[in-house]
Write a protein that binds this ligand. Structure first.
Ligand code: NAD
Length: 511
């Protein structure tokens, strides 16, 4: 294994901190009246908490507090689960056609509020409006897809497998589903769960990330009149209280989490006591394997988005390049040119802003810590490498070069605007090293050799493998990981399946 092959040419430190384009003084993304009620949403209405504690929500561009939501209690979760249980029976009895119509109306409602929702999402997360606009559009498409897909769901044909005994196989809802979502795509990750869960005939209680609860609360308000009260409930609060109660509640049949590996482990452990089903979409560290015959310019320009979209706070981000040593210098030059021209700024600073701040102070410190330790380990940044200028939680888009195999920055999920570059010389070596991470969410392979692309894609141990592209998603295709990235699938008919259960009814028709 040639892990020491020199990747690149010139690793130059950036001259000064990356500039951050600021919104014009006095411009506002969200007026007070655009905020949702800062309460739980239970049984079709805002609900106050039994707890008087609150959790502050911050503007990542400035670090200023913008709102506070209830730090929900165990009793709040219990009330929401009771509401879901009460609504669930009638909702489960609706026909696929009826549920499909509801999901289509939800899609329309979100679409007609798209701009307001995108602004609210950017206000809460700091992400560029182009990213939050895309999140809203994808949320709409998720509801539309599930509205169609749920009508096609059928089970194995009824038949006689024992003489005079007719077997009927039903797909039915699992019951009340607990959902726990992350802060990187608050609205979209909620939509990825809500659409198939409701579509399959379940009721749900959703806990948004305590860091970014606003768009989820707004969504609950927005679609309230389209659903039976109690079919969709939101309880704000922390993971160890609200998330933990959802994972242990005896009336929750399945708990679905999108989040980090640590939270996944905590949820699976708590859920084990009641043997409830678990659906986990966890972290990632996607390798981008670039062979010598690849279209290097296409790979570099694809990584401009795939590595840095949402400031790299993306579980499928192409953040770990393994490039053939013979083209490493050329590829790195192309990638650095792409990254140097990324526009960093606040969401209100123009439609061309591509990179926003990181979502929270804690996450900013975590990402800067990774960069500091990489520097201390002798790894250089060809561009970026530390915080960007001014207030807020901005980090400069970074390319780390000449990264040795096994380095922390190439192994752990940084979840920031950071791409590492390693080199390889043999195909087997590239595959082995790509697979040598605890994660198994996504990967890409870049080559013009069709046979090799099939072969390598088959050997990469990841739930999604792209060939000559990266981070291209569609509602029709399943999304989910292997290994430490969890189990269960979002999107596609597989998500509908994950939120359903199979029942066999046998009729003795002997006369
Ligand atoms: P996180 O794990 O810190 O939080 C996710 C959610 O889990 C939050 O709502 C949090 O309150 C809750 N939580 C935390 N501890 C808990 C506990 N003990 N019990 C129950 N719930 C608990 O993750 P994050 O920082 O919000 O999001 C980033 C992570 O999410 C990254 O690792 C990223 O890769 C992953 N992610 C994965 C996907 C995917 O599709 N696989 C999509 C988006 C994000």
């Amino acid at each position: 294994m040639s892990t020491t092959a020199t990747a690149t040419a010139t690793a130059t430190a950036t001259a000064g901190p990356t500039a951050v384009r600021r919104a014009a003084a006095g411009s506002v993304l969200v007026e007070d009246g655009d905020l949702p009620a800062l309460q739980h949403w239970i049984a079709g209405a805002p609900a106050s908490s039994t707890s008087t504690e609150t959790l502050d929500v911050f503007d990542p561009c400035t670090g200023q507090k913008i709102a506070a939501v209830p730090a929900g209690s165990v009793e709040d979760v219990d009330a929401a689960v009771a509401a879901a249980r009460a609504a669930g029976r009638a909702w489960a009895a609706t026909t696929p056609k009826e549920r499909s119509l509801v999901l289509l109306r939800i899609a329309e409602r979100i679409e007609s509020s798209a701009e307001a929702l995108a602004r609210l999402e950017s206000f809460d997360t700091g992400k560029p409006l182009s990213v939050s606009g895309d999140d809203v559009a994808q949320a709409v498409d998720t509801f539309r897809f599930m509205a169609g897909a749920l009508r096609t769901a059928t089970s194995a044909a009824a038949d006689e497998f024992v003489t005079d005994h007719l077997s009927v196989i039903h797909r039915e809802p699992v019951g009340v589903v607990g959902v726990i979502t992350p802060w990187n795509y608050p609205l979209l990750m909620a939509a990825w769960k809500i659409a198939p869960i409701l579509g399959a005939g379940n009721a749900l209680v959703l806990k948004p990330s305590e860091i970014t609860p606003l768009a989820t609360l707004k969504l609950a308000e927005l679609i309230a009149d389209l659903l039976p009260a109690g079919a969709f409930n939101v309880v704000t609060g922390t993971g160890p209280v609200v998330g933990q109660r959802l994972s242990t509640h005896p009336d929750v049949a399945l708990v679905a989490l999108t989040g980090s590996v640590g939270s996944g482990r905590a949820v699976a452990t708590s859920a084990a006591a009641s043997l409830k089903r678990v659906h986990l979409e966890l972290g990632g560290k996607a390798p981008v394997v670039v062979f010598a015959d690849a279209d290097l310019a296409a790979a570099a320009s694809s990584l401009r988005a795939a590595g840095y979209w949402n400031s790299g706070q993306e579980c499928g981000a192409g953040c770990r390049v393994l490039v053939h040593a013979s083209v490493a210098e050329e590829f790195t030059r192309l990638l650095v040119a792409e990254v140097e021209s990324l526009v960093v700024g606040e969401p209100g600073a123009g439609d061309d802003v591509e990179i926003g701040p990181l979502v929270s102070k804690g996450h900013y410190e975590k990402v800067v810590g990774f960069l500091d330790r990489a520097r201390e380990a002798g790894i250089s940044a060809a561009v970026g490498g530390g915080p960007a200028e001014g207030p807020g939680w901005f980090v400069a888009p970074t390319v780390l070069v000449d990264v040795p195999a096994g380095a922390e920055c190439a192994r752990e999920e940084i979840f920031g605007p950071v791409v590492t570059v390693e080199t390889f010389t043999e195909e087997d070596e590239a595959i082995t090293r790509a697979n040598e991470v605890v994660y198994g969410l996504a990967a890409s392979v870049w080559t013009r050799d069709a046979a090799r692309s099939h072969d390598v894609a088959r050997q990469l141990d990841f739930g999604t493998v792209w060939v000559n592209c990266h981070l291209v998603l569609a509602s029709e295709v399943p999304w989910g990981g292997f290994k430490g990235s969890g189990y269960g699938r979002d999107l596609s008919i597989y998500a509908l399946d994950d939120f359903s259960r199979t029942k066999h009814v046998m009729h003795n028709r002997t006369r």
